[in-house]
Design a protein around this ligand. Structure first.
Ligand SMILES: [Zn+2]
Length: 424
């Protein structure tokens, strides 16, 4: 006997969500329901075992959605990312209904492209660069109501630099994150939710500013936040789901797919606001703890690029008392990559081999060791394990390689790709 998890989707009673209660937002309402389903299910899949998920749709017949294909996309997503065999079915939630009256001035004019914005480093650089290429680009922020620090950070950006650069930002309310920490289905939630606005604005491109090494990071690494948020499998499932729900083809643009974080911030058009971006996984307090994987990656990238950074509560590079598990795991990984790639285990390089990202991960490894080189050259004391990694790498490769890397970063030698859509 199959155990069915019956989901409900209720439009949050918020001004920014009003449009999805009108006739014009009906397709978007269906899109939001499908986008939220995997995210909501992932949260209680471990607690309540079930094999079938029932997803609500509203007047689905009006849109001629191929539900058989949509179901197989969701099944694939769970198989590929969570390694779970879950079946999906769709039910017609509303047979008759009343739509609220449309409020015309709420909707911006049509545009070509929507760019996801989260208040993080990459999406901040991404939205500015997208705007330089396309003056009509609309930013989209997916707000979890229980992440008030991020919401207020994004509001500061919206009222500040984004207004100054005449970038429009719309906000979608998505389900709460609660205490789950991280979720593999977050990417799917954001990408597919964005299609609700792609429908309203008739947009054909969705710009996702994920940084390359995070996209392709090893599935089973030692870092504390290995998420497959924008893994190519997730992107492929999201694109298929969006096209089925919109009933038309779209393009995913991943401008930073072949760039490292240090390369991205090196070419950021307005570096001053980088200090206001949030990266830490403990975002509840709006501060940077300095020890989580996201903080470590950020700190090393800013150091290598020579750009003023946020303040960190702890500094595991110099403080022997700070938790350095993520820092050391990352540097050891980078060291192996530069010194003995052939001896690395399959799970460490699976994605690099499959998607041919050798050079991207070489530059990523170099950025991080170059950051340590810079600190040591400026007479900064670093903890012993970090000093040892640096000694072993520089003994084998010399130090010219770090100087050369610093020059490359200064020059901004890698350009983002806003033109060619992502393909698999
Ligand atoms: Zn952190």
């Amino acid at each position: 006997v199959n155990k069915v998890n019956k989901l409900y989707y209720v439009i949050p009673k918020k001004k920014n969500m009003y449009i999805f209660l009108t006739r014009r937002g009906l397709r978007g309402r269906n899109i939001l329901s499908v986008a939220a389903a995997p995210f909501v299910v992932e949260k209680d899949i471990k607690i309540n075992g079930f094999d079938v998920v029932s997803v609500p749709l509203f007047f689905p017949k009006l849109f001629n959605i191929n539900l058989i294909k949509l179901k197989s996309v969701l099944k694939d997503l769970f198989g590929l990312i969570l390694l779970k065999d879950i079946d999906f079915l769709f039910r017609n939630e509303l047979k008759s209904g009343v739509f609220l009256k449309e409020n015309k001035e709420e909707i911006p004019a049509s545009c070509q492209a929507i760019c996801l914005f989260s208040g993080g480093v990459d999406s901040y650089c991404g939205i500015l660069q997208a705007r330089e290429r396309d003056p009509e680009v609309v930013g989209l922020f997916c707000a979890h109501s229980d992440q008030s620090k991020i919401i207020s950070t994004v509001e500061q950006f919206s009222d500040g630099i984004l207004t100054k650069r005449r970038i429009r930002l719309v906000k979608l309310s998505v389900p709460e994150i609660k205490a789950i920490g991280y979720s593999q289905m977050r990417g799917f939630l954001y990408f597919v939710s964005a299609a609700a606005w792609m429908d309203l604005l008739n947009a054909k491109k969705l710009i996702i500013t994920e940084v390359g090494p995070t996209m392709y990071q090893p599935r089973f690494a030692y870092f504390d936040s290995v998420t497959l948020t924008a893994h190519p499998y997730v992107l492929r499932c999201a694109q298929k789901a969006i096209e089925l729900l919109l009933g038309r083809k779209i393009e995913l643009i991943l401008p930073y797919e072949n760039m490292t974080k240090a390369e991205i911030i090196s070419i950021c058009p307005d570096k001053h606001w980088l200090k206001k971006t949030l990266s830490c996984i403990s975002q509840r307090f709006g501060k940077h703890d300095g020890t989580c994987y996201a903080c470590v990656m950020r700190r090393l990238a800013f150091t290598a690029a020579g750009i003023e950074d946020v303040e960190y509560i702890r500094d595991p590079i110099v403080d022997p008392k700070a938790n350095n598990a993520n820092l050391i795991a990352l540097l050891r990984y980078n060291q192996s990559y530069l010194m003995n790639y052939k001896e690395m285990r399959f799970f460490q390089i699976e994605n690099i081999e499959m998607f041919k990202k050798y050079d991207l991960f070489r530059r990523f490894a170099l950025d991080n060791i170059t950051a340590i080189y810079k600190l040591i050259m400026s007479n900064q004391r670093v903890i012993k394990p970090v000093a040892n990694i640096y000694k072993e790498v520089s003994k084998k490769l010399g130090t010219d390689i770090f100087e050369h890397r610093l020059e490359e970063l200064q020059k901004g030698h890698i350009a983002p790709n806003f033109d060619l859509p992502f393909s698999f």
